[in-house]
Each structure stands twice: as C-alpha cells, then as structure tokens.
Design a protein around this ligand. Structure first.
Ligand SMILES: *Cc1c(COP(=O)(O)O)cnc(C)c1O
Length: 361
C-alpha cells in the first residue's frame, strides 16, 4: 500500500489556495489592519483586569452569551424583533451562514473588489463565488448587479456597508433595490458601522431576507474576536443549528460586556478616528500623484502613479510604516494602497514616510 499524500485527500480547490497571509509588523508603525490605535484609561484597564480575574475558567461559557447579547442589543440599538447571534469574529458568522446554505451548485455573490473572506469561505465549502465588478469610482454597478442576481440566483449576497478595501459606502437606494431583487439572503456587513453615516440595523425585520452583521473588531476590540449577526427569528433559528456550542469564549464574553458598560470610551475613540480621517485624506490629496478615495471607514484607500504601488509600499516599510498593498490585485485596485487611520502622531509618521517613499520611486 502506498502512503496517502495530501494530494490524494485534500480537495483540489483547497490545494489551489494559499493560507491567509498576515505580515509581521514587528518594529513598524502598524496601519495595515484597521485596528483602533487607542488604549484605555489606566483606571479602567485595572477594573477590566479585576473583572476578568473573577471568571470561572474551569467552566464552559454561557453557550448563547446571553448577557453579552443583551448588552449588545442595548448599546447598539438592535431592533426588538431581531435575534442576535454571537460569533468568534464576524468571520465565523460568515462561515456559519455559508455552512447553512452550502450545497453543490449554490452561488455566493458580492461586489468586487470586496472583503476576501466571502470568496475564501465559499471556496472552502465547495460553493461557487461570483464577484460583480464595481464601477471605476467604486460605486455599485446596479444594472450589472441586477443582471448577476437574475442570472446566478445567489443563495447569499454580501454587501459590505461601507466596503473594504475601498472605504466608500454605497447609495442606500441601490442597496434597497438589490435587497428587493435578490432571491436569497442579503447580508449587510457593517464592520465599519462605527465610522459611517448610515446603517441598515434599524431595517432588520423591515426586509424579510435581510441580515445585518457587525463586529467590535474595528471599533477597538479586535483582540477579543467578537462579531454579531442580527436578523429575523425564522432565519436565525436555522443558522443557530450550525453554530458550534461555546463558540465565544468566557474571557471574550466578560471582557466585551465590561467594554460595553463603558462604551463611551469606544465611542470617543471612534469619533477621534473619524475626525482625523479628514486631515489625513486632505494631506494625501495634496501629494503629487496620489489620489485618495472617499471613506466612511477607519481607513483610506489611495492610488499612486501608474506602476509604482508596490515600490511605494516597500518604501514605506523601509521607513518603518506598515500599510496594506493592494496593487498586486490589479484591475480597479491597480497601484492602490490602504492605510488605517491611526493616532495623529502615527498619521504624521505615515505621511512623512510616504513623502520620502514617493521621492525615491
Ligand atoms: C474586518 C472585516 C470583517 C471581519 O471582522 P472580524 O469580526 O474581525 O472577523 C468582516 N467584514 C469586513 C468588511 C471587514 O473589513
């Protein structure tokens, strides 16, 4: 008998993928992952740690995270009629959603460029992914989306509102039209809700097949891994069946509850990030050859002169600043880089490094 090799067992679709790359940020100003750069006041940090020290680590967590879900409902103003499911990051909620609908031939759809996990998880589960190109200005190509919905009849349409990596928020009218047209579930991914001017959370229940997904990651708690999905009970009851028991650990439940009890800290930090986004965008606008795109998120996508994306990214890294290079994806993202809005000091460091990098490429 010959030894079984990975090639014999691992599905070809999986072997064709690469694992999600996370570059090392050691010693660099870290502006690549849309993290909130701010820490908590020392007194609250101490109280937080004390609260965590009381946690029964020998026991399984509350399987539904009941108290935390209640706190989220209250603080985030989830509509009364909606059910809330917690996930180990919203990434896990995407996985839960797609596991529940996965069957051969099913299609998952999202505009592109978009958030990579929709495509990745669809492929892991043997689903077909259809990406519908955005317009040049990253707005939704509504006629193209409508045609794609009619043609492919996707089980799930993901709409990130605002979108990552482009940063813009789509027209509400377009989104509503697509919700009406879509034959399957429509998931509004509001990871950047805290930095945006509009939300579909109040609309849960108003549309039969609308779910709204959010996360506390970009708000300032990326380390906890906590996402939440809101939707009508009829859908949520089914999704609940493919959620692993105890998917949100006890430390996350308690830590997030504490943070939500002091949500004004997070709100103030988000407000500072929103405020600092404008001067950062204007500074980029003022640099020769640099085009920033409008953002309602805590990051800014910008394009540099043709063919220079990769080298500008490397030049920034050489000067101690890590952002995200999207230029390799080509198409609408040719020569595009994405920078997270940091503290005012970090933003200055970034701008200075960018000036240096641009001067040498
Ligand atoms: C960051 C991000 C997520 C993932 O958030 P986690 O809760 O950290 O898993 C989901 N959707 C979009 C659009 C994102 O940018």
């Amino acid at each position: 008998m010959t030894a079984t090799m990975p090639a014999d067992l691992i599905r070809p679709q999986i072997r064709a993928l690469s694992a999600y790359p996370v570059p090392s940020s050691q010693g660099l100003v870290k502006l690549d992952a849309m993290e909130n750069p701010y820490e908590w006041p020392a007194s609250l940090q101490t109280a937080w740690a004390e609260r965590l020290s009381t946690v029964a680590m020998n026991r399984y967590p509350d399987p539904q995270g009941t108290r935390l879900a209640l706190a989220l409902r209250r603080v985030m103003q989830v509509p009364e009629s909606a059910r809330v499911m917690l996930g180990n990051g919203s990434d896990e909620l995407i996985q839960i959603l797609l596991m529940a609908v996965a069957s051969p031939g099913r299609v998952i759809m999202a505009p592109e460029p978009g958030f990579v996990m929709y495509r990745m998880i669809a492929l892991w589960l043997g689903l077909e992914f259809v990406g519908v190109p955005l317009n040049e200005d990253f707005s939704l190509d509504r006629p193209a989306m409508e045609r794609a919905l009619d043609t492919h009849q996707p089980a799930v349409l993901f709409l990130a509102y605002p979108n990552n990596p482009t940063g813009n928020r789509w027209s509400r009218r377009d989104v509503e039209a697509l919700i009406d047209r879509a034959p399957g579930l429509v998931v509004l991914d509001e990871a950047y809700g805290p930095f945006a001017d509009d939300s579909f959370l109040p609309d849960v229940g108003r549309f039969e097949r609308l779910l709204v997904m959010r996360t506390v990651s970009k708000l300032g708690l990326a380390g906890l891994r906590l996402g939440y999905l809101c939707g009508p009970p009829s859908w949520m009851d089914e999704l609940e069946k493919v959620r692993l028991p105890y998917n949100v650990n006890v430390l996350t439940q308690v830590a997030a509850e504490f943070a939500l009890d002091h949500h004004e800290v997070l709100d103030q930090q988000a407000a500072a990030i929103r405020r600092d986004r404008e001067p950062l965008s204007q500074a980029l606008e003022g640099m020769p050859g640099v085009t920033p795109f409008p953002s309602e998120a805590n990051f800014i996508l910008f394009r540099v002169s043709q063919g220079k994306g990769r080298r500008v990214f490397e030049g920034l890294q050489d000067r101690g600043v890590l952002i995200k290079d999207l230029s390799g994806q080509g198409g609408l993202l040719a020569d595009c880089l994405r920078v997270t809005v940091g503290t005012p000091e970090e933003n200055q460091q970034f701008l200075k490094a960018l000036e240096g990098a641009l001067a040498t490429v």
